[in-house]
Design a protein around this ligand. Structure first.
Ligand code: ATP
Length: 252
């Protein structure tokens, strides 16, 4: 099996508080995986621990067969954090995408060409010189994704990439991510709350709430018992009617 990520016996604490316990997880190359769970269930912590930003008290993580910290230094890993790292409101969309090539040895001209190509790929070529801060949430997200993918990473980690985006834009975003996987063979690991929207795009769901409660396909995940275990017995599944333009959407 060609593994992208292997998490072994992971336990993570903040002070005395155990946030993740006994997590074992294997993600294959080219898979699209969603990490889901209630607020505070440890999803961001799991991403950050996989990336080596948080040291577990027990356990280890391998990425592409290497210890995680070593893998991150190879430049084969892309990461889109939950909060935008872009603070300077004067930066243009092009500048933000260029950040993704900060460690590249390409010439300035080549970098700009590649950034313009990437902006085209994410459908933002007409906005290259716009201040990033003037773009809408969905447009900013496309540019941020451009920053992450410009260096052709083998694995990308996205923490709640569709926050603040309407359902239609979310669908086109997930379509785009799927295209990247299909065309470039990228492995995509994302934290998401959009169970309904991601359903048709993900290969695997990781149901997390301190422990790994579920690992499998979306169909098995959308099971009353699995959901109750993860979200509590009060959880309700709302399946929109077929007449609804966003039919098939399932909310928790
Ligand atoms: N730096 C920190 N120090 C102490 N506790 C923390 C820290 N970061 C997160 N926590 C706590 O750890 C738990 C898990 O947080 P985490 O951000 O991983 O959850 P999450 O599932 O990503 O949540 P959400 O869906 O709300 O983004 C929460 O109870 C949170 O308050």
């Amino acid at each position: 099996m060609d593994l992208a990520i292997e998490v072994k016996n992971l336990t993570v604490k903040y002070g005395e508080k155990v946030v993740l316990q006994d997590i074992n997880l294997k993600i294959k190359k080219g898979e699209i995986v969603a990490i889901v769970g209630p607020n505070g269930s440890g999803k961001t912590t799991l991403l950050k621990t996989i990336l080596g930003f948080i040291k577990p008290v027990i356990g280890e993580v391998k990425i592409l067969g290497m210890p995680n910290k070593k893998a991150v230094k190879t430049g084969k890993i892309g990461y889109l954090p939950q909060k935008s790292p872009v603070k300077n409101s004067f930066l243009s969309a092009l500048d933000v995408v260029l950040f993704g090539l900060i460690n590249s040895k390409l010439s300035k001209k080549e970098k700009i060409e590649k950034a313009l190509e990437t902006l085209k790929l994410v459908g933002m070529e007409d906005f290259a010189n716009y201040p990033y801060s003037s773009l809408s949430g969905g447009q900013q997200q496309r540019v941020s994704i451009g920053r992450v993918i410009i260096s052709n990473p083998e694995i990308v980690f996205l923490d709640e990439p569709s926050t603040g985006i309407d359902v239609v834009a979310q669908e086109s975003f997930y379509d785009f991510m799927k295209k990247l996987r299909d065309e470039k063979g990228m492995t995509i690991v994302m934290v998401s709350h959009d169970i309904g929207v991601i359903g048709s795009f993900v290969d695997k769901v990781v149901g997390l709430n301190r422990y790994l409660h579920y690992l499998g396909d979306i169909k098995g995940f959308l099971n009353k018992d699995v959901l109750a275990k993860l979200y509590g017995s009060e959880v309700k599944l709302l399946i929109h009617s077929p007449e609804c333009i966003t039919c098939d959407k399932i909310q928790i």
